[in-house]
Each structure stands twice: as structure tokens, then as C-alpha cells.
Write a protein that binds this ligand. Structure first.
Ligand code: OGA
Ligand code: NI
Length: 355
């Protein structure tokens, strides 16, 4: 418990050495203003489908508005999360755990280990849901305080999962897979909600909230909140700030989606396909930086495959290209073992699975 940042907020007048990363591991963000595309999901479907593919082609990250997650559900979740991190230390202690195998827990730092043993400037409340509709056992495994958090989390989780599944259907239609390709075991694992809490940091330029990483799952929906702090690697190079858009979700693709679609497209179709040449549906590295004066809370929903699900390119796409697969097929469980061992950087993960 001593390590929870949010329980010691008043004492952060200087950045403790344990949070200082070497300069080459925290290159400053670019001053270039690059805006993520903002897609209005209430537009006609073929327009939305085109916009999603276009955005994937451009950056691999985009924001969505008019996404169907009710405003009230967003506000309730924000309020419940704020109340949670403001609870007295002893209430939070009840949920605190350093056991990374626990699906529901409060912890500090990250499952991504830093090379020099440094600590990340982040507390995280992790909530998992294995089955829908959400049952009592699941709700019972979430924090009991504040009172509204279980209802808020359930509504948020159900609505963001539905949004994620809808985006997956749009992607399928766009790349020529049957629209329910990702239903079933590919998206049937736990849905995880990570509430990332970054207290004000006395020296944000010398530390990191989250290291550069690609998400390991299928698709991620991030509610960024009002305080900026998310940065993405623009075309694999400069770090750029993602400007918060009120009420929007930031959407990005995880390794699982890339393994299914992008590698099939870009590597098999090559230059023959306009989509592919720009790296459509790439899983893009991103990181989080705390703010100097304001606390920042972001809420990420991760849609994951089941543990036994095989991670491999879509057979339909491989067959269409007339070549063999270029990555070995592994179960999501094995993928996660490798992911944990080699770290979250895209290069090392890719290397580990190349045939
Ligand atoms: C994540 C993540 C970014 C943020 O939770 O995987 O990338 O802005 N979060 O908190
Ligand atoms: Ni992430």
C-alpha cells in the first residue's frame, strides 16, 4: 500500500529518484500539431466504414464521437472513479494487490517492467468481466466503495464493449471479412477496464506514466478525460500529443487485430493494395505522461480473445493471397507469456512470432 501514489499525493513535492527514467527512454514529444481523425459514428454507415479504414491507414489511432455510449454512463463512471481514488487509504487497501494474476485489483506502476527497475507514475484500478450479461459474482469481485462504482462500471463496460464490437464489424466489412468474424472466441475473453490514475507530478518531463507499448488485445477504447497525457508514435517516429475531444473515445488496435488483419493485408497484398501500403490496422505504440498540476484519469476498455484462442492471420485473407502464414500461430495464453517476457515494444513482439 505504501507504494500507491494516490494515497501520498500531498507529499509529492519533488520527483523521487525511483521514478526518474534515463533521458533516452523518454524522448520529449514533438511540438508538431498532428490531429487524430475524429469520426462521427452517426454518419451513414459506408461513410463511417471508409473513415475508419482511412484513419487506420493514416495513423492507426482515431477518436470517435456520437458513439452511442450514453453521456450519463460516462459521467457516472468518471464520478465513481474519482471518488474511488479519493477514498481514505484504508478503503483502497482492501482492494490493493501486487499479484498480477488477480483479474480485479488496485495496484501502482505497470505490468510492463522497466529495464532499470524504475517505477511508473500511475495507479491503476483493474476490473474484469468474463461473461455477459454481468452476473452477481462478477459485480461482487469489484470494489464495494464508493457505492455507485459497481453500477457505473457495469453500464460503462457493457456499453463500451458494444461499441468495440460495432467497430470490429465495421472493420470486417471494410477489409472483406464476414462481419461477425470477431464474434465468438476472438473477442470472448475477459473484457478488462483499466482506470488509469496519474496524480499531479512534480517533474513530468523526467518520468513516464506508461511506457511506450502496443496493447496486447484486439481493440482498445480509451476515455481520455479532459487532461492531455496520451501520446502516440506518429508513423513510428515522433511522439505526438492526443488532444482530448470532450466525450470522445480514442480507439486503437492491439496486437491481436494486427495479427489477424494487417499482416495479412500489408505483407500478402503488398503494393497491389492501396490500403496495405500505408500499414492499415497497425497496432501503434503509445505512452502516457502525467500532468504537472492536475490529476489525470483515463479509462481504457480492452476487448480480448479467450485464453485458448489461436492467434493467427485470418485464413480467409491468407487463402486469398495464396501464400503461407508468416507468423506462427500460438494461443492467446502463450502469446501473453511471450508478451510479458519480451516486453511490450512492437519490434520485440513481432520478432518473437516471425516464422
Ligand atoms: C493503456 C493506455 C493511455 C492513457 O491503458 O493501455 O495506453 O492515456 N493508456 O492512459
Ligand atoms: Ni495502451
Amino acid at each position: 500500500m505504501a507504494s500507491l501514489l494516490s494515497s501520498a499525493a500531498a507529499s509529492h513535492e519533488t520527483l523521487p529518484d525511483s521514478f526518474v527514467f534515463p533521458a533516452d527512454e523518454r524522448p520529449p514529444a514533438s511540438s508538431a500539431a498532428v490531429e487524430l481523425p475524429v469520426i462521427d459514428l452517426s454518419a451513414p454507415r459506408d461513410e463511417v466504414r471508409r473513415a475508419v479504414l482511412e484513419a487506420g491507414k493514416e495513423l492507426g489511432f482515431f477518436q470517435v464521437v456520437n458513439h452511442g455510449v450514453p453521456e450519463e454512463a460516462l459521467r457516472d463512471m468518471d464520478a465513481a472513479c474519482e471518488e474511488f481514488f479519493a477514498l481514505p487509504a484504508e478503503d483502497k487497501a482492501a482492494f490493493y494487490s501486487e499479484d498480477a494474476n488477480k483479474p480485479n485489483r488496485l495496484f501502482s506502476g505497470s505490468v510492463y517492467r522497466a529495464g532499470g527497475g524504475e517505477r511508473y507514475w500511475r495507479d491503476c484500478l483493474r476490473l474484469a468481466c468474463a461473461a455477459f450479461p454481468v452476473d452477481d459474482a462478477t459485480r461482487g469481485s469489484w470494489p464495494a466503495k464508493p457505492r455507485r462504482i459497481r453500477d457505473a462500471a457495469e453500464r460503462f463496460l457493457v456499453a463500451t464493449r458494444a461499441l468495440g464490437m460495432e467497430l470490429l464489424r465495421l472493420l470486417c466489412e471494410g477489409v472483406g471479412l464476414r462481419h461477425d468474424y470477431f464474434d465468438g472466441e476472438l473477442s470472448g475473453g475477459d473484457v478488462i477496464v483499466n482506470v488509469n490514475h496519474y496524480p499531479p507530478c512534480p517533474d513530468p518531463a523526467r518520468t513516464l506514466g506508461l511506457p511506450p507499448h502496443c496493447d496486447r488485445n484486439l481493440i482498445t477504447l480509451l476515455r481520455q478525460g479532459d487532461v492531455p497525457g496520451l501520446q502516440v508514435a506518429y508513423r513510428g517516429g515522433d511522439w505526438i500529443d492526443v488532444r482530448p475531444v470532450p466525450g470522445a473515445f480514442v480507439v486503437n488496435f492491439g496486437h491481436q487485430l494486427e495479427a489477424r488483419i494487417r499482416q495479412s493485408f500489408s505483407e500478402y497484398y503488398g503494393n497491389a493494395c492501396d490500403i496495405a501500403t500505408n500499414g492499415l490496422l497497425k497496432s501503434v505504440e503509445h505512452r502516457a505522461i502525467p500532468d504537472a498540476t492536475r490529476p489525470r484519469t483515463s479509462v481504457a476498455t480492452f476487448i480480448m480473445p479467450t485464453e485458448d484462442c489461436l492467434v493467427a492471420p485470418a485464413e480467409e485473407l491468407v487463402a486469398a493471397a495464396g501464400e503461407g502464414p508468416r507468423y506462427r500461430a500460438v494461443t492467446f495464453r502463450d502469446f501473453m507469456e511471450v508478451y510479458k517476457a519480451v516486453g511490450a515494444r512492437r519490434e520485440s513482439v513481432e520478432k518473437a512470432f516471425k516464422i
